[in-house]
Ligand binder design. Structure first.
Ligand code: SF4
Length: 357
């Protein structure tokens, strides 16, 4: 077990990553960054879903220029994803970016690295070093023969060394691989020797279904060991889905304090209601709530209330009606046609009471 809070705290805009802070959820825009309207619209959807930091590609001057306008219209820290081109990094910093993802060892001449580091220092902007198993430096591939966890950690240390030499320490590190065991090994080894916050990710994880499983397997193993200060689920899907998966994964480990949880039964022969569609509707309803309540949706009244004693509010199906219950105790019966609406009203009341405290 590693202690997440042992890492150095690093400020990113109005947030702090690492230290004693909760794991921060990130995503990345799928839009062309220069298309300000589309990018802002996507970021606002991500914010609503619970995204706390968002990254955009800065692959040309138009993208770097768009940062200024995007920043005015969003409410979460913005990160510039930059490969090699230090001038784009400088432009992004000038335009108000909150964090830069760039590998200093790939920038080129020392003077260029110094310029980026100086600009970051002046504005208090951190740098994320993004090691990726698929793009390791040639000298490491020559040394190890192929991508390995050790090669990834060595790559991270190589880039960290360049920044530390320049007395720069606002660093966040990721060691992403598509191979889950390799990523777990790399992050576990890094957690033992790197004092900076680790950004978790399983890269190119796949589609919504398979990518969720792969990411949860990899990041779940790491989170359970106390590794990871921030994370991104990478899916070939709407990035809002990445946020939903991340929030659920953090919930699984009790690492998020502002998310509602759904408890629902797998159904069996005792079922008297259309539980699958009800569970999906309720899940959608609570997915945007920012309070830690538990809601249960159970197929029958025989075991239902007892099976979800810890739920703040729940419903159990019965023939033609639903039983609303709180912490396992029934509060009233409602007709089946309005049971979901009634459940939502009860959820709203609990949320309201929570927000008033
Ligand atoms: Fe079956 Fe009822 Fe348990 Fe659901 S709550 S699995 S319907 S016994």
């Amino acid at each position: 077990m590693y202690l997440r809070q042992d890492t150095r705290p690093v400020k990113v805009g109005n947030l702090t990553i690492g230290g004693s802070n909760e794991v921060i959820i990130q995503s990345m825009c799928t839009t062309k960054t220069a298309d300000v309207e589309a990018t802002v619209a996507e970021i606002l959807r991500l914010e609503e879903a619970g995204c706390q930091v968002v990254r955009v590609t800065v692959n040309n001057e138009e993208a770097a220029a768009a940062i200024k306008e995007i920043k005015k219209r969003i409410h979460i820290p913005l990160v510039a994803d930059i490969h090699f081109n230090y001038k784009l990094a400088l432009l992004a910093i000038e335009n108000g970016i909150d964090k830069v993802r760039i590998n200093p060892g790939n920038i080129g001449k020392r003077a260029k690295v110094e310029e980026v580091v100086k600009a970051c220092k002046e504005k208090g902007i951190p740098i994320r070093i993004g090691v990726n198993a698929g793009s390791l430096e040639n000298h490491l591939l020559e040394k190890y023969g192929y991508p390995t966890a050790d090669a990834m950690v060595e790559s991270a240390l190589f880039h960290i060394g360049i920044l530390e030499e320049l007395d720069f320490h606002d660093i966040i590190v990721s060691l992403k691989a598509s191979d889950v065991p390799m990523a777990i090994e790399a992050y576990t080894k890094a957690a033992q020797i790197i004092p900076y916050p680790l950004h978790l990710g399983i890269t190119e994880a796949g589609t919504l279904f398979s990518g969720t499983i792969k990411s949860s397997a990899g990041m779940g193993a790491l989170l359970s060991m106390g590794i990871g200060s921030t994370m991104r689920i990478s899916l070939s899907a709407d990035p809002v889905e990445e946020i939903k998966v991340a929030r659920d994964l953090l919930k699984t480990f009790g690492l998020i304090s502002n998310a509602a949880t759904l408890i629902s039964c797998p159904t069996c022969g005792r079922l008297d209601i259309d539980l699958f569609s009800i569970a999906n509707e309720v899940e959608e309803y609570i997915s945007k709530l920012k309070v830690p309540i538990k809601v249960s949706v159970l197929g029958c009244a025989v075991n239902g209330p007892g099976e979800a004693k810890e739920a703040d509010i729940g419903i159990a199906g019965a023939r033609g009606e639903g039983l609303l219950f709180r912490h396992g105790k029934m509060i009233r019966k409602v007709p089946e046609e309005i049971m979901v609406e009634e459940l939502k009203k009860e959820i709203d009341k609990i949320v309201e009471a929570y927000e008033e405290t």
